[in-house]
Ligand binder design. Structure first.
Ligand code: F6P
Length: 361
C-alpha cells in the first residue's frame, strides 16, 4: 500500500509546473491521505537528499504562478551525475544513492515531472525496480507519446502576442520583422504561433529552407503593395544545404547544445536580397516564464490528478498522456527517446500554405 510519495520537477521550467504540483499534492493528501515529499531542483535534490515535506496549504495560491516552487535543473542526470573531487570533475552513476535515499525516507514511489531527459531517467529508475509515474512537460511539445505537453499552449500564446505586436511596427516602418522562437529540433511553437499570428513566412526544422524563396515571398508581397512582412523562425530551422545555428554548448548538461541565432543570420540575408530594412526579435525565455493560460492550468491539473490515480492503482513505470481529449497513460518504455516533429505534409503545413504562408521550400 502506498503511503508516502515523492515528487520533483526536472529539466527547463515551463508554465503549468506549479499547477501540476498543486494537483498532485492535493489529490495525494486530501483524496488518498498520502504524505508528499518534494525534492528540490530536479534530480539534484533526489541525489543530495534536499527535500521538503508538504503541508496542506503549501500549494495554495500557486495555480497561476509561473516557474516551479520546487526549483528545477536541466543539468543533472542521476545516472551520469557531475561530482567535484579534489578540484577534479567526474561523472558518476548515483542511481543507487537515490534508491537508498528513497528507502531511508520511506518513499513508496516518485512522480517525476519533466521532458524527455527527465522521463528517460524515470524509465531507467523503473528498470531498476523503483516505482515511478511520469508527467510530460515541455514548451517544445516534442514528446511523441502525448498529443500535447503542458506549457506548450502558453508559449504559443506568448509568441502569438509578440507577432501581433510586431505587425503594427512592421507596417508603420515598412520593414521585415523576424521573430525567433524556441522549440529545439521541433517547429511546433513556430508553426502554431505563426498561423495564429498571421505570419507571412514560417521556417521550421522539419522543412529546410532556401533563403531565395523566402526573399521571393517578401518581394511578392512588396510588389502586391504590402510593404512589410513577418517571418517566424524556429531556433532549430536550417537552410537546405546548411546546419542549425548553435548559440552555446554547455558541456556538463545531459543535452549540451543550445540553439539560437538563426534569426540574425536570415535577417542579414533577407536585407541583402530584398534591400528592405529587417529587424530581429529573439523571444527567448519569455516563452518559458509567466502565468499559464487556462488551457495549461486545466491540462496540468488533469495530468497531476491522473498521476496520483496511477500511483493509487499501482500502475508504475507509466506516464500520463493526452490522447485526443482523453487523459490516459502509456508505458515509459514507449514514451521516451522519440521526438515528435511537425509532419511536413501534415494538416498544419497544408492549411498554412493554403492561406499563403511560405516555408522557404
Ligand atoms: O526545452 C525547452 C527549451 O526552452 C528549448 O526550447 C530551448 O532550446 C532550451 O530549453 C533552452 O535551454 P536553457 O534554458 O538551458 O537556455
Amino acid at each position: 500500500m502506498v503511503k508516502r510519495i515523492g515528487v520533483l520537477t526536472g529539466g527547463g521550467d515551463c508554465p503549468g509546473l506549479n499547477a501540476v504540483l498543486r494537483a498532485v499534492v492535493k489529490t495525494a493528501m486530501v483524496k488518498y491521505g498520502y504524505e508528499v515529499v518534494g525534492f528540490k531542483d530536479g534530480y539534484k535534490g533526489l541525489v543530495i537528499n534536499n527535500f521538503i515535506t508538504f503541508k496542506s496549504g503549501d500549494v495554495s495560491g500557486i495555480l497561476d504562478k509561473g516557474g516551479t516552487i520546487l526549483g528545477t535543473s536541466n543539468r543533472d542526470n542521476p545516472f551520469h551525475f557531475r561530482v567535484e573531487k579534489d578540484g577534479n570533475v567526474e561523472y558518476k552513476d548515483m542511481s543507487d544513492r537515490v534508491a537508498d535515499n528513497l528507502n531511508m525516507l520511506d518513499i513508496d514511489c516518485m512522480v517525476l515531472i519533466g521532458g524527455d531527459g527527465t522521463l528517460t531517467s524515470a524509465r531507467d529508475f523503473s528498470r531498476k525496480g523503483i516505482k515511478v509515474v511520469g508527467v510530460p512537460k515541455t514548451i517544445d511539445n516534442d514528446l511523441s507519446a502525448t498529443d500535447t505537453t503542458f506549457g506548450f499552449m502558453t508559449a504559443v500564446e506568448t509568441a502569438t502576442e509578440a507577432i501581433d505586436k510586431l505587425h503594427s511596427t512592421a507596417e508603420s516602418h515598412h520593414r521585415v520583422m523576424i521573430l525567433e522562437v524556441m522549440g529545439r529540433y521541433a517547429g511546433w511553437i513556430a508553426i502554431e504561433s505563426g498561423i495564429a499570428g498571421g505570419a507571412d513566412v514560417i521556417l521550421i526544422p522539419e522543412i529546410p529552407y532556401d533563403i531565395h524563396r523566402v526573399a521571393q515571398k517578401v518581394m511578392e508581397r512588396k510588389n502586391a503593395g504590402k510593404s512589410f512582412s513577418i517571418v517566424v523562425v524556429a531556433e532549430g530551422a536550417k537552410p537546405l544545404d546548411g546546419e542549425v545555428v548553435v548559440s552555446k554548448v554547455i558541456s556538463d548538461s545531459p543535452d549540451p547544445v543550445r540553439l539560437g541565432g538563426i534569426g540574425n543570420r536570415i535577417a542579414e540575408e533577407i536585407e541583402k536580397l530584398t534591400r528592405i530594412e529587417t529587424r530581429v526579435t529573439v523571444l527567448g525565455h519569455l516563452q518559458r516564464g509567466g502565468r499559464p493560460i487556462p488551457y495549461d492550468r486545466i491540462l496540468s491539473t488533469r495530468y497531476g490528478v491522473e498521476a496520483v490515480e496511477l500511483v493509487h492503482q499501482e500502475k508504475f513505470g507509466t506516464m500520463v498522456s493526452l490522447q485526443g481529449n482523453t487523459i490516459t497513460s502509456v508505458s515509459l518504455e514507449e514514451a521516451v527517446g522519440k521526438l515528435k516533429t511537425v509532419p511536413p505534409d501534415g494538416e498544419l503545413v497544408r492549411i498554412a500554405k493554403s492561406v499563403g504562408v511560405a516555408f522557404g521550400d
